[in-house]
Design a protein around this ligand. Structure first.
Ligand code: ZN
Length: 320
């Protein structure tokens, strides 16, 4: 039994209604109303986005350009100075937060977001948006602590028509309330429908990359569409496992639980040409070098987690 929850109920709920019932009552209530994008969809922001992302898709340039779908949220942001008078943040979201705070779930962490695209956005479109508290989960115990997931759905409209949705999930939790495992576990990857195939491959000790069935371009990490031609048709191909260190950083600070700094994080260029972030093993952190040849292997981290890592072949070569 978890103490502060009980205290919260005593303090704020003389009727004895279950806290979860009270949280559920916020489902469907508005979180933001009457939001208006600060700028019309425009070529300049599209160009800056594509440059920052390294996205050269021809669909995003020229007279018939559309905006990259993943820019969806960018059009709704107010920038450093915010939106000024609008959008209207509803009292419901603040009330829900206060209710969770009062029950001891005072910490917050963003867990994931999902977007759905219904129609392309084009320069000149006027963006409006609103958001709703879509769901509040039953009480869950995670590695961070016990709390409730709150999912907010933003509906983004272009000239009044629904263009896409953006779901954003947070966990409001009680810090330090989790039953601690004897040691701190390494963070586990978020597996979703876009990358599940990759992790299925890892389970079979295969490093799978995607190949566009339309134009043949290989891609990694896994994405639902081709960055070169936009096709959503793809097949998984197994990488040979050979690669080189394209770049690397040595992590000193900030320290993360379950990791023991300093350690090297490598950007590995696979023989097939795509790159992935991974660990370089079999060599001290300060001996990792750009161009170092590496070969794939699978590291069993714990009972739940296995990861592709890359073993340095540098020492093999010097010995041979
Ligand atoms: Zn393609």
């Amino acid at each position: 039994m978890y103490g502060t929850d009980e205290a919260g109920l005593r303090g704020t709920d003389p009727r004895g209604t279950d806290l979860y019932e009270r949280l559920k009552a916020y489902e469907g209530r508005a979180a933001t109303t009457s939001g208006v994008g600060k700028d019309l969809v425009n070529e300049s922001m599209i160009r800056h986005w594509c440059e920052a992302m390294g996205d050269t898709n021809v669909a995003y340039a020229g007279p018939d350009a559309i905006a990259p779908p993943t820019m969806l949220q960018a059009w709704t942001m107010g920038g450093l100075s915010g939106h000024g008078a609008g959008p209207g943040r509803s009292s419901a979201y603040d009330e829900l937060s206060a209710l969770l705070d009062g029950a001891g779930f005072t910490s917050v962490v963003a867990t994931d977001c999902e977007q759905e695209y219904l129609r392309p956005l084009r320069p000149g479109d006027r963006i409006t948006f609103s958001s709703v508290i879509e769901s509040v989960s039953p009480r869950k115990t995670t590695k961070l602590g016990t709390g409730h997931f709150v999912t907010t759905r933003m509906d983004v409209r272009a000239d009044g028509k629904l263009a896409g949705t953006h779901r954003f999930r947070i966990l409001k939790y009680a810090p330090g309330a989790a039953v601690r495992k004897p040691r701190v576990s390494r963070p586990v990857p978020v597996i979703n429908r876009d990358n599940a195939g990759f992790w299925d491959g890892v389970a079979e000790h295969k490093l799978l990359i995607q190949r566009c069935e339309e134009c043949g371009t290989l891609r990694f990490p896994w994405l639902p569409g081709c960055g070169a031609c936009g096709s959503a048709e793809w097949e998984a191909v197994e990488a040979s496992g050979e690669g080189t260190v394209y770049s690397y950083v040595v992590m000193h600070h900030p320290p993360f639980p379950a990791f023991d700094p300093p350690y090297a994080v490598g950007l590995i260029e696979l023989a097939e040409g795509v790159r992935m972030v991974s660990n370089v093993v079999g060599v001290p952190y300060d001996e990792v070098r750009i161009g170092m040849p590496v070969r794939l292997e699978f590291l069993r981290v714990d009972e739940e987690l296995e990861l592709p890592v890359f073993r340095s072949l540098a020492s093999d070569e010097s010995e041979g």
